[in-house]
Ligand binder design. Structure first.
Ligand SMILES: Nc1nc2c(c(=O)[nH]1)N[C@H]1C(S)=C(S)[C@@H](COP(=O)(O)O)O[C@H]1N2
Ligand SMILES: [Mo]
Length: 424
């Protein structure tokens, strides 16, 4: 077994993992647990000594009116690319490999901004609903909150997660698919507001516009607006963060992130799409025959193994393989994992809850024999759709595409336990 001095992204958990391994061995009848204690070299703060933090009272209640993570978790932060003009078109990624469960903490939710993050005074902000409607409305944020409200757990994912070339460059799970996050959203159904204004029979689309310097605008099919679209004002129980669209954003479950317009100021009900920048020059994909795919709304099923994953290092013996799967078309019904480069596949256990258009956590117990291996996962959703390999995806879409790359990500495990991107 490799020991606790291991470096890498998972270094901070190396010791607790070793202890867990020792405990697991004891559970199945070995006597390694006693040896592990004797070999412990943690120093004065480690049992059987009494640690420093037991010898005097801890910090006062309210020493942090808004709570912060332990200082020892300071490296669990958003993954922000170096350089580049952050105020024009920028993104930061969720550190998926450092998180557990299915909920993304608000401070680690991925960000994608086309004109920076506006600081909006909610008292001055209004939502205008107009166009092909009987009774146009201008809503204050307080008025919006008076409508019947719902909470749902949904993922949100940028359709450039990752670009077709990036898949060969990223090192960590976050580099590769960190433009995806999942949280509990609270808001008012867009249908409730559209019923209030009275949509005219010739209406087919709703153009949503943001109050940022980009004035980002997207045309949304009326059917989606009357289905599960939400006007969101809270995430994970607290008001939206400025980065996520404070004080109100559109949330279109399962659709490409770009359409979930943040800092929402206007909904224009129309008969034809706007053909805005974001649905003509961007968020379209060039196909091998020279045509372009346009209005590619739904995010197809995807999965990623978050542990073990790129830049982590594993020890021989027991390792739980775990990760996340999601589909814009509904629930995940299965995740298959291969530990032999795709030759054979096993069903992973899906951890409850398994929710519609939300991250689903999967787990598979695995004993690594210390030989080089390639591990992969593929998601299956309730429509029967199976996540494709990069080769299968590009056979149809070519390499001129940028968006909607939902290919399987392989992780290569070297003989020393180092995990790296299997595409490189
Ligand atoms: N007004 C506005 N809405 C926006 C954007 C933007 O730049 N401006 N970015 C879009 C893109 S490309 C994505 S992927 C999601 C990102 O949402 P998030 O930053 O909350 O993760 O917001 C979308 N909505
Ligand atoms: Mo995006």
């Amino acid at each position: 077994m490799r020991d606790e001095a291991e470096p890498g992204a998972s270094g901070r958990t190396a010791r607790s993992r070793r202890q867990l391994l020792a405990a697991g061995t004891a559970l199945i009848g070995g006597s390694l647990a006693g040896r592990a204690i004797a070999a412990e070299t943690g120093g004065e703060e480690t049992p059987p000594h009494v640690p420093r933090w037991m010898k005097e009272p801890g910090a006062d209640v309210g020493s942090q009116p808004y709570g912060q993570p332990s200082p020892y978790e300071k490296d669990v932060i958003r993954n922000i690319p170096k350089g580049g003009k952050q105020y024009t078109s920028s993104a930061s990624r969720t550190p998926l490999q450092d998180l557990d469960g299915i909920i993304t903490p608000n401070g680690l939710f991925y960000e994608r901004h086309h004109g920076g993050i506006p600081e909006i005074d909610p008292a001055a902000h209004r939502l205008m609903i107009h166009g092909l409607v009987e009774r146009p409305l201008l809503l204050t944020m307080d008025e919006l909150r008076r409508f019947p409200t719902e909470s749902h757990i949904y993922f949100l994912e940028c359709s450039g997660n990752p670009g077709f070339e990036v898949i060969k460059q990223g090192k960590t799970a976050s580099d590769l698919v960190g433009l995806a996050s999942c949280c509990e959203w609270t808001g008012v159904r867009l249908k409730t507001i559209l019923d209030e204004v009275g949509v005219k029979p010739e209406a087919r689309w709703v153009v949503a516009e943001g109050a940022d310097a980009a004035a980002l605008a997207r045309s949304v099919p009326l059917a989606k607006c009357l289905d599960d679209a939400l006007l969101v004002f809270s995430q994970n129980g607290e008001r939206l963060r400025p980065q996520q669209g404070y004080p109100v954003r559109l949330l279109l479950p399962g659709f490409e992130g770009n359409m979930s317009v943040k800092w929402l100021r206007r909904l224009n009900v129309v008969a034809e799409p706007a053909y805005s920048r974001e649905e003509t020059s961007k968020y379209t994909d060039s196909m091998p025959d020279g045509t372009a795919r346009q209005f590619t709304f739904v995010m197809e099923a995807k999965s990623i193994i978050t542990r073990p994953s790129g830049t982590q290092r594993i020890a021989e013996g027991f390792n739980e393989i775990t990760g996340l799967a999601w589909s814009g078309r509904g629930r995940i019904t299965g995740v298959e994992v291969s530990v032999d480069g795709g030759a054979t596949w096993q069903s992973a256990r899906l951890q409850e809850p398994v929710l519609n258009r939300a991250f689903t956590r999967f787990r598979l117990p695995w004993t690594w024999d210390g030989q080089p291996a390639t591990i992969l996962s593929r998601a299956i959703d309730e429509t029967g759709y199976v996540q494709p390999s990069f080769a299968d995806l590009t056979a149809i879409r070519g390499m001129k595409s940028f968006y909607h790359n939902n290919a399987i990500v392989p992780w290569r495990i070297a003989a020393d336990g180092e995990v790296s991107n299997g595409y490189v």
